[in-house]
Design a protein around this ligand. Structure first.
Ligand code: GTP
Ligand code: MG
Length: 452
């Protein structure tokens, strides 16, 4: 990290009012000084803002405000300079180019945050949260990421690890210095409540983190059914736009049509699919295959049935296909006469309605809220893990600790318990990056944008 990196930190594609070009590294100040008219910039105090012009030899390029922030109290803990310039694409590119010509190197995606991590200012979990923050698509997802950045979940995990270390230390002392009488002798009886306490804490983290995943990534939901039952009409109403073509011709929708809507702050990715039926039409056939594949991939499905028709063989097959899936049966077109068999009401999650006078659609939304417990989510403070890597490590730690509980029940010698406790401690350490692999770090930062 000897070299000084630079990048455009604001969205380079947009013509905003201002853009920011950022530098970090030992030569951030001296490189900027070469192209900045303010002579006192080089010697100015840290955390000050300076007015002047960026110049290319004699030629004025832009009128700017330049922030000078010296190590260590900066984003990367290195010397950082931020040039606030006018937001045009060419001006910003030109300033970046001048910095590169004067000795800076173009930053890789996420390299500023990577430096913050490698310099010890933030931990791995916080770095991942920065990435989540950038890509947050809802208010809740943003809150979740912010809590990650502010280190709340890190504290929780550190506390659990400390409880583990205390148990481990106690066991070690007992083994190494059995004559130490003031140390509490570790027995199965007195270790069990401590292990139970850790189990509860970890269970809470795993449970709540699964919710966090919903908050961050949203819910994938598909409308499925045979042709002409009103799937596209329902999509259009849920999205509140005429996204899909609706006609009375069976097989109107051929390809997947997607859009998002929001319930209780949670993003639903809604997918309209081609009506499923036997067909010789090549294009429609491909659409039907896609529909079937979509059913497997989504978190939940809305199976749309026609209130005005009897169930077909294909629909019975679909009902069977989704029996282990989160699903809602929407009996559409209830403005017409009922022909669907009344035994359909014996099934779970049945709602009837129609898209002509928007009957039943509110009930449908309520059902989704219930199904994913979204009402309870709303009042939660979001202090949990939010990506698969973190959650799977927490699950591994929980499994270790549950094994310890079993070993206690089976009266396995105390010093054997140590192995699983130590493993759990390690898994939690990997979450917050007390120990980490280079490969993981590289992968993480590839997801970042330039300039962050
Ligand atoms: N009476 C009545 N007609 C409806 C209702 N909802 C949709 N329709 C009509 O049913 C026809 C088919 O609607 P779509 O939304 O295109 O149906 P789809 O399930 O997407 O059909 P495919 O794309 O062919 O699979 C259209 O003529 C709609 O106007 C309803 O609630 N009541
Ligand atoms: Mg359709």
């Amino acid at each position: 990290m000897e070299d000084t990196i630079c990048a455009i930190s604001t969205n380079p594609g947009n013509n905003g009012a201002i853009s920011i070009v950022r530098l970090s590294g030992p030569h951030a100040v001296s490189i900027t000084s070469k192209i900045f008219t303010k002579k006192s910039f080089k010697t100015a105090k840290s955390h000050t803002i300076h007015y002047g012009y960026i110049i290319d030899k004699e030629k004025k390029i832009d009128e700017v405000l330049v922030m000078k922030m010296l190590a260590p109290k900066t984003y990367t803990t290195e010397d950082v300079v931020e040039i606030n310039c006018h937001g045009g694409y060419f001006t910003t590119q030109k300033i970046l180019e001048l910095l590169l010509l004067n000795g800076a190197r173009l930053a890789e995606p996420g390299e500023f945050t990577k430096r913050a991590l490698l310099n010890g200012r933030i931990n791995l979990l916080e770095a991942e949260s920065v990435s989540d923050m950038i890509s947050a698509k809802s208010e809740n997802a943003r809150d979740l990421a912010m809590n990650g950045i502010s280190g709340k979940i890190t504290k929780m995990i550190q506390n659990i690890r400390e409880e583990m270390v205390n148990i481990l230390a106690n066991i070690e002392v007992n083994i190494d210095y059995p004559e130490y009488e003031e140390e509490q002798i570790v027995t199965h009886e007195n270790i069990l409540p401590k292990i139970k306490h850790i189990t509860e804490k970890l269970e809470e983290i795993v449970r709540e983190s699964e919710n966090s995943k919903i908050i961050k990534e949203g819910i994938q939901l598909a409308l499925i059914g045979k042709p002409n039952v009103g799937k596209s009409s329902i999509l259009n109403h849920l999205l509140e736009e005429e996204k899909a073509i609706v006609t009375n011709i069976s097989g109107t929708t051929r390809d997947l049509i997607e859009g998002t809507f929001n319930l209780n702050g949670i993003l639903f990715h809604l997918i309209d699919t081609a009506g499923i039926r036997e067909t010789e039409d090549i294009v429609e056939k491909i659409g039907v295959e896609k529909s079937k594949k979509t059913i497997e991939e989504v978190d939940a499905v809305i199976l749309v049935l026609n209130y005005n028709e009897e169930l077909t063989k294909e629909e019975l097959e679909l009902l069977d296909k989704i029996k282990n899936k989160k699903s809602i049966l929407f009996l559409n077109k209830n403005d017409l006469e009922q022909k669907i068999t009344s035994t359909i009401y014996d099934r779970k999650n049945v709602i009837e309605g129609n898209t002509m006078n928007l009957n039943g659609l509110d009930k449908l939304k309520e059902k989704l809220i219930q199904m994913f417990h979204l009402a309870e989510l709303e009042n939660k403070d979001m202090n949990y893990l939010s990506n698969i890597r973190q959650i799977s490590l927490a699950k591994k730690a929980l499994k270790n600790i549950k094994n310890v509980q079993e070993q206690i029940m089976e009266n396995i010698p105390i010093d054997i318990l140590e192995i699983e406790i130590r493993e759990a401690w390690n898994h939690l350490g990997l979450i917050i990056g007390e120990t980490y692999e280079d490969e993981l770090i590289d992968k993480l930062f590839q997801k970042f944008c330039l300039g962050k």
